[in-house]
Design a protein around this ligand. Structure first.
Ligand SMILES: *[C@@H]1O[C@H](CO)[C@@H](O)[C@H](O)[C@H]1NC(C)=O
Ligand SMILES: [Cu+2]
Length: 202
């Protein structure tokens, strides 16, 4: 009896030790479904507004399928919106029926520290790279003539052997009459989560 109980306890203890750590749970914006990743992901960080400039940095990311691209936001009030290459400064969902859920991060109003130094948004926006096709995006801030029109655009997995270049995308963006289009329906197509590294310097 004693022996059986001991064996059972040891078996239970062993299985508890062997159990995989629970997958981290990422919460979306309020009311959105919770996403649980089933495997660890490589995360690529992109910073919007580094140095106070209307730029994403890096604006050209190479990311494997299944990895995460995480957007961090510095002052002023930036966003990230998915676009189609041939229609910059517009939500991709406006022009591509195959992408009704193209991503939009919402806006991230961030004010500089009292001493004027830059600080990060309290939240970040993550998207998952679902295939190896290029992902084009822009900042949807219409203020100041439109951040997209002023060159705040970027790409994930540009194909360097094609004419579809970031430079071309930026040139065409400059010709789009402001304001840039914003997706109806608010934040979507990704996860807006607490900033995992709010004190990280950028
Ligand atoms: C941020 O920009 C958006 C879009 O222009 C605007 O609706 C929102 O009021 C701005 N937020 C702040 C705090 O300025
Ligand atoms: Cu912007």
């Amino acid at each position: 009896m004693y022996f059986t109980t001991l064996t059972t306890l040891l078996t239970l203890a062993a299985s508890a030790l062997a159990a995989p750590a629970p997958a981290p749970t990422y919460h979306n914006w309020p009311g959105a479904p919770t996403k649980t990743y089933t495997a660890p992901r490589i995360t690529h960080t992109v910073v919007a507004g580094r140095g106070g400039q209307l730029r994403f940095d890096p604006e050209n990311v190479v990311a494997e399928v299944g990895s995460i691209v995480e957007f961090h936001f510095l002052p002023a009030n930036h966003s990230v919106v998915e676009a189609a290459f041939n229609a910059p400064c517009r939500p991709r969902s406006d022009v591509d029926p195959a992408a009704p859920n193209s991503f939009f991060s919402g806006f991230f109003p961030v004010t500089p520290n009292p001493d004027g130094s830059l600080c990060q948004s309290e939240e970040v926006f993550q998207i998952e790279v679902k295939d190896d096709k290029p992902i084009w995006y822009y900042c949807g801030q219409p203020g100041g003539g439109g951040h997209c029109q002023r060159g705040m655009v970027g790409v994930i997995n540009q194909r360097f052997d094609t004419p579809f270049t970031l430079e071309k995308f930026r040139q065409e963006a400059a010709k789009v009459p402001p304001p840039p289009g914003l997706p109806a329906g608010g934040v979507r197509g990704g996860w807006r989560i607490p900033n995992p590294n709010p004190l990280g310097g950028f």
